[in-house]
Design a binder for this molecule. Structure first.
Ligand SMILES: [Zn+2]
Length: 415
């Protein structure tokens, strides 16, 4: 599960947006105290009165809250002007939550890199404009207290604007993101698309897991040890919030999980559950790598995925999730006729809709490879538009002439 998947993961880890996390409060408090002390010292210098200094420092510190709000408003206004779809806005300075404006642009949007650069500039620009206005206002004021307060607030605004433009290590840093869109627009667009694709993969996995977890035969999770179901649950949790982990860690996790599935001591139902998740997660990415990145899956990976898919299929040959996993392995193994025969019976009213849509799209791929383009078009229509990225992958296969190879060079294996 190494090569092709590692390449895809590189893309996945630059997610279009992330789940909210709390920022370290201690660092925030330390920065605030530092700011307060500096503001008092500065105000003392200008006003030469202790009361005046404290008042000016107080105003300066309160202004930070206003500048943080203005920063997010800058992003928000820019997103509105650039018609970038806004999916969430959180403005909550000093609550321990990161204030943020989330946008969800379509990868094919025209001039997307320029729009994204301007969007990330929006916040810092708002701060720098405020700093200029406040700085100019100091010239027309005569009282030292007002001047100190205005200068202090202008300084804080400028500091906030500049600090956000410095490319930090955080994936959410404005500077880092705008440089990424400026200097690597193609890779950024590809990363965005890959992020959306992983969302669809995760959605499929959640549907499969719901089928498994909802099954009373699995019983209660056992505490500690190497319990395969707990290991699988942990793996899926890490995937759904995967941004904090490295690709290598997750591949190592998957290898451990695969070993658990193969172990004789593992209950067949648990082994099947693991095998399904791994096959679908990796198989869908191999498909993407072959069609979108033009790097077909290697022989070794086909063998591994076929072995896992068989594990799941032998336990529950009639379950749609197991058939989806097995058909993925057949497709990657360039045996579309086998994939098609497994997916002839899809029951939208009985099986979960998400899983049915994926099954329709996989069958559409099989039909493309078998030359049945009209059937493929019908299946794409039946699947609806819920799986946009996967639908695009299928449409790309359908439009290609000749169809792209999913499996590289090496000889066929029977799966
Ligand atoms: Zn920002």
């Amino acid at each position: 599960m190494q090569r092709a998947y590692g390449k895809c993961l590189g893309l996945y880890f630059v997610r279009p947006y992330d789940l909210p996390v709390t920022s370290p409060r201690r660092r925030l408090v330390a920065a605030f105290i530092l700011l307060l002390l500096e503001a008092v010292a500065f105000a003392l210098l200008v006003t030469e009165s202790v009361t005046g200094a404290i008042a000016a420092a107080g105003i300066t510190c309160v202004s930070l809250w206003v500048h943080l709000v203005l920063h997010e408003c800058g992003h928000l206004v820019m997103a509105k002007l650039l018609r970038l779809p806004i999916i969430a806005v959180r403005i909550a300075p000093f609550t321990g939550w990161r204030s943020e404006v989330w946008v969800r642009p379509t990868p094919s949007t025209t001039a997307l890199p320029l729009r994204m650069v301007l969007f990330y500039l929006g916040g810092p620009i708002a701060n720098l404009c405020t700093a200029t206005v406040l700085g100019t206002a100091t010239a027309s004021t005569s009282t030292p207290l007002t001047r100190a307060a205005l200068l202090g607030a202008a300084f804080v605004a400028a500091l906030l604007g500049v600090a956000n433009l410095i490319p930090g290590i955080s994936p959410r840093s404005d500077g880092r993101n705008l440089l990424r869109w400026l200097f690597a627009p193609t890779a950024s667009r590809a990363a965005l698309q890959a992020g959306y694709y992983q969302e669809e993969v995760s959605r499929t996995l959640r549907t499969i897991a719901r089928e498994e977890v909802g099954d009373h035969r699995l019983g209660d999770p056992v505490r500690g040890g190497n319990d395969p179901r707990l290991a699988l649950a942990a793996f899926q949790r890490r995937w759904s919030t995967g941004h904090a982990h490295s690709a290598a860690d997750l591949i190592a996790d998957a290898e451990r999980l695969a070993a658990l599935a193969r172990a004789d001591s593992t209950d067949p139902m648990a082994a099947a559950a693991i095998a399904q998740v791994l096959t679908v997660q990796f198989g869908l990415w191999y498909l993407y790598a072959a069609v979108v990145n033009g790097s077909p899956v290697q022989h070794q990976e086909v063998l591994e995925i076929s072995e896992l898919a068989r594990l799941a299929f032998h336990v529950q040959p009639h379950a749609l999730s197991a058939r989806v996993a097995m058909s993925l392995a057949h497709l990657l193994n360039q045996q579309p006729e086998h994939a098609r025969s497994l997916l002839l019976d899809i029951r939208p009213g009985v099986d979960p809709p998400d899983l049915c849509n994926v099954a329709f799209l996989l069958r559409a791929i099989a039909e493309c490879y078998l030359g049945n383009h009209a059937d493929a078009a019908t299946l794409i229509r039946v699947a609806g538009g819920d799986y946009q990225q996967l639908t695009q992958v299928v449409a790309a296969i359908q439009a290609a002439d000749p169809v792209p190879p999913l499996f590289a060079s090496a000889p066929r294996v029977d799966a």
